[in-house]
Design a protein around this ligand. Structure first.
Ligand code: IPM
Ligand code: MG
Length: 357
């Protein structure tokens, strides 16, 4: 089995190195090939998603992705910015189902900005549709405003849209995932205002007929954003569109206070996937050896579970990460008094050691 390794920018290379070390420490051996992406892709060949990188990603069985982006690329035209690499990979590989767990490890209960009783034991999963919605809808652009009070001015516009198939397939993923958990699913929409999300709600309701064992409820995005901080443990699986999912998943990740701990998966219809930490490239701490590699290591575990069918190895990695937390090792982002502050390589090495025992 072949894994494409795309470290990217900022802290990407450091954290991916640790995840690769962990993969190499398993009994199972994987073929791994590395390619530049994001700003690194732009530096290497003038494009954030070089052809050779895309080809490698297409040919691989799974992709382990670090992070992309750096302020120094902010002035490039949009098509050349690092973020386009991840959008291009999602689109080209048809990675429509984004799974973003938000789990609060008991050892890190103090890391949340919310009261411990509100978040302790939190374990929710956001399923974000990833290839539709206002992110990819056409037309989009700038034009001269054709009518109304701003006629003749410049205006910018994007298109929010979902085709029925796109809603159905993400709904199926969501219901099937809910079946494997607590059988509760919340679909988040804005059906009170938007045509796109009235349609979303109708289709999700229709797909629900095939999953009578799952309890479905619908919630407006604004209310969902509020309920997520008010009583997050009331949720189990949440399914929503691309734009709302982008926002809600960042909010959910912060409930745990430790975005450095959260992995994510982006899957196609055949469970081929791209795996990446939920956090970004953090250029401010790049190269300092202080970044938390655990989200990337846990992303590698998700990869073993969802795309490579190696559940046992995935369990081993997750158990090793827990062990390291119990040992009290912490990178600065999750450090608390009474624990031991360590760097990127040290905590990565501790996971490798924990695997061996
Ligand atoms: C994410 C990121 C991306 C998104 C950006 C980098 C394009 O915020 O994965 O959540 O908006 O999807
Ligand atoms: Mg985001």
């Amino acid at each position: 089995m072949k894994i494409a390794i795309l470290p990217g920018d900022g802290i990407g290379p450091e954290i991916v190195t640790q995840a690769v070390n962990v993969l190499n420490a398993l009994d199972e051996k994987f073929e791994m090939e590395t390619a530049p992406v994001g700003g690194a892709g732009y530096e290497a060949s003038g494009h954030p998603l070089p052809d050779a990188t895309l080809k490698l990603a297409q040919d691989a069985d799974a992709i382990l992705f670090g992070a992309v982006g750096d302020w120094k690329y902010d002035t490039l035209e949009r098509a050349l910015r690092p973020e386009q690499a991840i959008l291009g990979l999602r689109k080209n590989l048809k990675l429509f189902a984004n799974l973003r767990p938000a789990i609060l490890y008991p050892e890190l209960a103090g890391a949340s900005t919310l009261k411990p009783e509100v978040v302790s034991g939190l374990d929710i999963l956001i399923i974000r549709e990833l290839t539709g919605d206002i992110y990819f809808g056409q037309p989009r652009g700038m034009r001269e405003c054709p009518d109304g009070p701003f006629k003749g001015e410049r205006e910018a516009f994007d298109t929010m849209r979902y085709a029925e198939t796109e809603i159905r397939r993400i709904a199926h993923v969501a219901f099937q995932t809910a079946q494997k958990r607590s059988k509760r699913l919340t679909s988040v929409d804005k059906a009170n205002v938007l045509e796109t999300f009235q349609f979303w709600k109708d289709i999700v309701t229709d797909v629900h007929k095939e999953y009578p064992d799952v309890a479905l409820d619908h919630m407006y995005i604004d209310n969902a954003a509020m309920q997520l901080v008010r009583a997050p443990k009331k949720f189990d699986v949440i399914v929503t569109g691309n734009m709302f999912g982008d926002i809600l998943s960042d909010e959910a990740s912060m409930l745990t206070g430790s975005i450095g701990m959260l992995p994510s998966a982006s899957l196609d219809a055949n469970n081929k996937g791209l795996y990446e930490p939920s956090h970004g490239s953090a250029p401010d701490i790049a190269g300092k050896g202080v970044a938390n590699p655990l989200a990337t290591i846990l992303s590698a575990a998700m990869m073993l579970r969802y795309s490579l069918g190696k559940t046992e190895q995935a369990d081993r990695i997750e158990a090793a990460v827990k062990k390291v937390l119990v040992q009290g090792l912490r990178t600065p982002d999750i450090y608390e008094a009474g624990t031991t502050k360590v760097g990127t390589a040290e905590i990565g090495q501790a996971v490798v050691s924990a695997l061996a025992n």
